[in-house]
Ligand binder design. Structure first.
Ligand SMILES: [Zn+2]
Length: 237
């Protein structure tokens, strides 16, 4: 299953991508993560580091190379979840061409819909592990021990990015650059809008329901998407 997750920055798509990835045993590929990896790599590293250090966005032609490197790894053979890419219609076109070259196609695009005011409120309570980057929320996903990461014991902190004026600025960028992707993917019959203003487990369930029709053998004959045994088994999560 090959999916793209869309939604405003901080709107929970990273969390949902991770939840679904774990359930389906697929890699969740976030732009931030592959950029950090690329910055360490021998070939692309220097130019990626320079771009980031200068505070610039990585240009599309470089970004698509980084994405391609990642999608060609063996763990993507059964599928993948892209979180944070594409962010623009131009990148979506690039991704489409890349998948064409690889003989693959997207199965679906999950759009997490979150209102700006809700987002501002939600991010005020977000905490991030300073060591491993795991994210928490004081109300909906608190750590077991206050102030400490469940995974690695690192200290939790609030990110500068979660300040209100930063959130509103990023939302404005999202509205301008990324929301056109909604029409783009809707026109291709791939879009699944999900109400993101719900508790995490309810959002996760809504995503599963939206994807239920995609279950089953991916090499199904054209026009035949009958229910599969896996679909029946998927309800137990
Ligand atoms: Zn941690």
């Amino acid at each position: 299953m090959r999916l793209v997750f869309l939604g405003p920055p901080g709107g929970g798509k990273g969390t949902q991508a991770e939840i679904l990835a774990e359930k389906r045993q697929l890699p969740a590929i976030s732009t931030g993560q592959i950029l950090r990896e690329a910055a360490q790599s021998e070939i692309l590293g220097p130019v990626v580091r320079r771009t980031i250090d200068e505070g610039n966005l990585v240009p599309d032609n470089l970004m698509i190379r980084i994405v391609e490197d990642r999608l060609r790894r063996p763990d993507c053979r059964r599928g993948f979840i892209l979180d944070g890419f594409p962010r623009t219609v131009a990148q979506a076109d690039e991704l489409g061409r890349l998948l064409d070259r690889m003989g693959l196609k997207l199965d679906g695009v999950i759009l997490l819909k979150v209102e700006e005011e809700q987002l501002v409120k939600r991010l005020a309570e977000r905490r991030v592990c300073s060591r491993c980057g795991a994210t928490y929320h004081l109300t909906s996903r608190p750590p077991e021990r206050p102030g400490l990461c469940d995974r690695c014991g690192g200290a939790l902190k609030q990110r500068d990015d979660d300040r209100e004026e930063v959130v509103r600025e990023r939302f404005r960028t999202y509205r301008e650059k990324t929301l056109p992707l909604v029409d783009y993917y809707a026109a291709r019959g791939l879009l699944h809008p999900i109400d993101g203003d719900q508790p995490i487990d309810q959002v996760a369930r809504a995503i599963e329901e939206a994807l239920a029709h995609l279950d089953g053998p991916s090499q199904a004959p054209d026009g035949h998407q009958g229910p599969s045994p896996r679909e029946a088994a998927a309800g137990q999560g």
